[in-house]
Design a protein around this ligand. Sequence first.
Ligand code: PMP
Length: 354
Amino acid sequence: MGYNFSAGPGIMPAAVVEQIKRDMPSYKDSGMSIMEISHRSALYDEMAQQAETDLRDLMQISDDYEVLFLHGGGTLQFTNVPLNLATKNHHVAYLNSGHWAKKALDAANRIDGLTVEDIQPEKTGYLPSIKNPSVGPLDYLYVTTNNTIEGTTYHQIPKINTPLVADMSSNILAEPYDVNQFDLIFAGAQKNIGPAGMAIVIVKKNRLHEQPILSEIMDYHLEAKKHSALNTPPVFCIYAAGLTFKWLKQFGGVDRIYEQNQEQARTLYDSIDNSKLFKNDVPTRERSLTNIVFKTGDDNLDQQFVTQANRQGLISLGGHRLVGGMRASLYNAMPNEGVDALIDFMKRFEIDNG
Ligand code: PMP
């Protein structure tokens, strides 16, 4: 028995994995596994529709928005978002808040005829603030709500006039955001939702227009018209996501899990701040609840920590290869016992190496 702290694919609720095992031989007495069911069948329609309904409930998504379940993970949306949304002003701005924000910015920069503003943090290491950029008019301002590698988060989204696009890949459903503040939200599934291989896109209907020059599969408008089944959709991912949504509803929804996430993060940050060995440099108001980074300042010691933790069943605590150190990803499915076990281990490690 261990605890998986991986940044993604990440831990899934044990109850969801158990349900998948039970369903696998014969989904809803069909005699087939979910992976063998046609996406043109009533069983599929019912399953996908229910997943959408539950996500709409959890995030309070109104009828003004389409909900799409698409292939290609988060990264394909780095390109599809500007192709679909930057069609009026051909001018967009990106809050350059970390590695994945920069990737999205680079993807936008590859698009011919698009002007991309690169908005840097006002002070090194801090998040650039969300405000109307001095240039414009813009098709959107792009924000990465949680920076998975750097362990920083925009917990508050101020109301501004510029339409917002958000990459919520690593904190969707972990803390409440008001969907109505965004024209588009997307998230890769493999952190808080289910298996890799899918991105969820929540997009305001009035931002969707047919895109005659795009390949059909990249056109959000067409995908919405075809209920995400323009081609064979990621059936297994949608099914597993649907189970996670049900699990989260039973748990008490986003507000309830947010309380647990805050409590878990608080205990872990407290133990880092009270330690003489480990540290985290992120300003308190920007600290992530889902990806908690820490380090000793000695690369060899960090490596020993990760290796020894792994032997104790505390899995995948290594920081991203670009930044080193440690990273504990506390996605929704992480039980309190996992955080307690990590803190215990950190204390023992500090006694042995402090
Ligand atoms: N955005 C963020 C915030 C991420 O953390 C990641 C992956 N770690 C991505 C986008 C890319 O997602 P994918 O691997 O699904 O393309």
